[in-house]
Design a protein around this ligand. Sequence first.
Ligand SMILES: Nc1ncnc2c1ncn2[C@@H]1O[C@H](COP(=O)(O)OP(=O)(O)OP(=O)(O)O)[C@@H](O)[C@H]1O
Length: 240
Amino acid sequence: MLKVQGLTQRYGSRVALDALSLSIARGDFVVLLGPNGAGKSTLFQVLTGLFAADEGDVEVAGLSMRSDARRALSHIGVVFQQQSLDLDLSIARNLQFHADLQGLPSHEARERIAFEAARFGLVADLQRSVRELSGGNRRKVELVRALLARPDLLLMDEATVGLDPQSRRDLIDGLRDEVRQRGVTVLWATHLVSEAEHADRVLVLHRGRLLASGTPAQVTSSLGGDTLEAAFLNATRQAG
Ligand SMILES: Nc1ncnc2c1ncn2[C@@H]1O[C@H](COP(=O)(O)OP(=O)(O)OP(=O)(O)O)[C@@H](O)[C@H]1O
């Protein structure tokens, strides 16, 4: 579903992505785990077409971001680090507005909004303004919004920043449901090891390079440590 080949991005003399290659199979829930400055946001900016990297290419569903960006992007849904809902509109209006932008027929939009709102426990709040919602529910609305166009690949860039453990859990559980039922592929960037523990695969990124890739147990043993957290801390402290 996603193939990244030899991606390099420099900011002056700083190398944010260093010939990075990775691939993700359809229906996988993959956590991209990296400390601050590892290159997660830079990677997401390239994946979402905000800019082309200095070198390398990205393929989404077999479509090159360099030569066929518009079609490649049509397969992607994204939740960025920065929140971007209209605070004065209700949840329903925010979602409807986005569905209109995507050109979804209104009966389909209504069905999907109702379906996803139920999955994420938002039904009772649909007519409330976003301003009145907790941070956790705001993130859920953004996730529902990203799912409206039924993307094949969902990118989540540190989507749980600022949420308490229960809200983080609810968001991840809702998304895992989506993965199970619809086979959506998820790339979830975070610096929180606890969010990687239930992933199908973990990719450990440090200084723009992949240090390890595999199930949480495989990554723990390949990086050397009793727990994923110990292995991650050990590897990102040592790696030069
Ligand atoms: N616009 C920019 N100009 C210069 N350097 C940048 C720019 N954006 C990122 N960098 C540098 O590139 C490297 C990777 O940054 P990036 O934001 O991609 O990492 P990150 O893993 O998303 O970090 P965080 O978890 O802190 O958001 C860092 O060293 C950062 O300082």
